[in-house]
Design a protein around this ligand. Structure first.
Ligand SMILES: NC(=O)c1ccc[n+]([C@@H]2O[C@H](COP(=O)([O-])OP(=O)(O)OC[C@H]3O[C@@H](n4cnc5c(N)ncnc54)[C@H](OP(=O)(O)O)[C@@H]3O)[C@@H](O)[C@H]2O)c1
Length: 199
């Protein structure tokens, strides 16, 4: 059982929180304009990318030593054609730079609020949460917290892989935006297949 604080009470914050609560964790939320004296062992930043920098700045001390999960897809919503983070970096890497004393992970950005709630993609494949980060223990804590939620988990590698996870999230959003929703199913399915293919 872990204590979990989720910044953001929107679609993703609620869907992630419900899964973590169903798995037996203690979940609390911090909404916009709210604050808390302390945060749980695991903190989920379920807010739009532009909100990250002020949350990180205002809570840096409280977040020290904590597992901090960045779930954002940092899209340029004006053009819908690029990410707003440097091409050789990622939103998660930028958060880690700003929070050197926290254990930052990238997760949940390749799942959707709907598929976290239904726990399936296309009604048949189990929804998989991909987790990238440099701290093995932090990843284990998150896998343990999700055990019993009904979601599958997959270690996606080091925090460097956040860049690729954000690229996948970007592609999924552009496919969804052009109503090619089958692309989302195929991408998740492809990721699952990759885990069984030996090169
Ligand atoms: N929706 C998806 O399926 C999906 C999938 C993958 C990743 N994501 C990522 O998940 C994040 C959240 O998306 P969402 O769909 O959940 O958006 P959402 O439904 O709009 O929820 C975002 C929530 O964050 C709140 N918020 C904004 N600034 C805040 C702050 N400083 N402190 C606390 N809460 C704050 C918003 O409050 P107000 O409404 O009052 O502004 C809102 O309740 C985004 O970064 C998105 O890229 C979403």
């Amino acid at each position: 059982m872990a204590t979990i604080t989720i910044f953001g009470k929107g679609n993703m914050g609620t869907a992630i929180g419900e899964n973590l609560q169903a798995a037996g964790n203690v979940v609390s939320y911090i909404g916009k304009g709210e604050s808390a004296d302390s945060v749980g062992d695991i903190v989920v930043l379920a807010v739009p990318y532009p909100a990250l920098s002020s949350i990180v700045k205002e809570n840096a001390e409280k977040l020290a030593g904590k597992v901090v999960i960045d779930i954002t897809n940092p899209l340029d919503f004006d053009t819908f054609d690029s990410l707003v983070v440097p091409a050789d970096s990622s939103a998660a890497a930028e958060v880690q730079k700003a929070l050197p004393n926290s254990k930052v992970l990238k997760a949940f950005n390749t799942t959707f609020a709907g598929t976290l709630t239904s726990k399936t993609i296309g009604g048949s494949h189990q929804t998989t949460v991909l987790v990238a980060g440099d701290d093995a223990e932090a990843k284990s804590q998150v896998f343990a917290a999700l055990e019993g939620s009904g979601l599958a988990t997959l270690d996606a590698g080091s925090l460097k892989r956040a860049r690729e996870l954000e690229a996948v999230g970007f592609l999924q959003l552009t496919l969804a935006g052009s109503e090619k929703s089958a692309g989302m199913v195929d991408l998740d399915f492809l990721i699952k297949c990759q885990t069984t293919i030996r090169y």
